[in-house]
Design a protein around this ligand. Structure first.
Ligand SMILES: NC(=O)C1=CN([C@@H]2O[C@H](COP(=O)(O)OP(=O)(O)OC[C@H]3O[C@@H](n4cnc5c(N)ncnc54)[C@H](O)[C@@H]3O)[C@@H](O)[C@H]2O)C=CC1
Ligand SMILES: O=C(O)C1=N[C@H](C(=O)O)C[C@H](O)C1
Length: 262
């Protein structure tokens, strides 16, 4: 397979890093070009994949492989965005858990890069986002919207990036701002549900890859839109599709709806 584009995998030893490295092994257009890991990671002193540099320096990785697929942590993604912008490189961002300040820092740092960011890179979830927007727009305020997500016990952020994407889509469909509609915690004598709220509930346990329900609960009936991921390959495949799609595009901020054309 000649002339495949070298890719930096950021967070290369992680769950998503492993899924990406497996797919890149025999990908038709992309190959593993460099591994980026956190400072102090054991792979920096050996033990990582052979034949490619392993580094904690985003600029050094991008000098070798100027397309970076990044499933790391929010602060790490900001540093990678800065390095990608300096080279006008492609930065595919799967990392979730950004607060408002870190998200603003990411966007500012990435000016000049070709950035594709999504809280979920799978085809199925991005279709679910579109369905959620349509159903929320079609139903009246008598339908309460609740988003329930479940993930493995090691996940650090909640609600998941996907749950927040679905919440944004529901809020858009309803013509409201998610910031004001979201109910993210209920505990104790919290009173009845607020009219128009978009509620979030979170399950963590075992090795659940990722499950999301959008519940529209009305008087006498309930609609549930559900996505269940059983294999991380779906996210890795989407991320590599985004990398391929982004090559040669003008600098800017894109998402998976752009990549998938849906
Ligand atoms: N958008 C999507 O489709 C998906 C997003 N995710 C998100 O991706 C992120 C990672 O998920 P997992 O792979 O499950 O986590 P993980 O904990 O298995 O892997 C994260 C990796 O990033 C590395 N890392 C941390 N700081 C770094 C730095 N400064 N520079 C380079 N590497 C660094 C860690 O050492 C680790 O190897 C999470 O935010 C998760 O929510 C996960 C799956 C799908
Ligand atoms: O951390 C994970 O594992 C996942 N994170 C993403 C999210 O926060 O939605 C996507 C997927 O659900 C798996």
């Amino acid at each position: 397979m000649p002339d495949r584009t070298p890719v930096t995998v950021a967070g290369a030893s992680g769950r998503m890093g492993a899924a990406l490295r497996t797919l890149l092994h025999d990908h038709p257009t992309l190959r593993l070009g460099a591994c980026l890991e956190r400072s102090g990671h054991p792979w920096l002193s050996g033990g990582g994949p052979q034949g490619v540099p392993v580094t904690d320096d985003p600029a050094a990785a991008l000098a070798v492989a100027p397309v970076v697929v990044d499933f790391t942590a929010p602060e790490a993604s900001v540093a990678i965005a800065r390095a990608a912008a300096a080279r006008g490189a492609v930065h595919v961002i799967g990392t979730t858990g950004f607060d408002a300040d870190t998200l603003a820092a990411l966007v500012a740092a990435g000016q000049g890069a070709v950035s594709v960011r999504a809280g979920n890179m799978s085809l199925g979830v991005n279709l679910l986002v579109q369905l959620t927007r349509r159903v929320a727009a079609a139903l009246g305020p008598e339908f309460d919207i609740e988003i329930i997500e479940a993930h493995h016990r090691a996940k650090r952020d909640a609600p998941s990036g996907t749950a927040l994407m679905l919440g944004e889509a529901a809020a858009e469909g309803r013509g409201v701002a998610l910031d004001t509609a979201a109910e993210r915690a209920r505990d104790g004598l919290c009173g009845p549900r607020a009219d128009g709220a978009i509620g979030f509930a979170v399950v963590r346990g075992g090795d659940i890859v990722g499950e999301h329900d959008v519940v529209f609960a009305g008087p006498g009936e309930r609609i549930v839109l559900r996505h269940m991921a059983t294999d991380r390959t779906i996210f890795a495949r989407g991320a590599l599709k985004a990398a391929d799609w982004a090559l040669g595009r003008p600098a800017g901020d894109y998402d998976m709806l752009d990549v998938l054309g849906i």
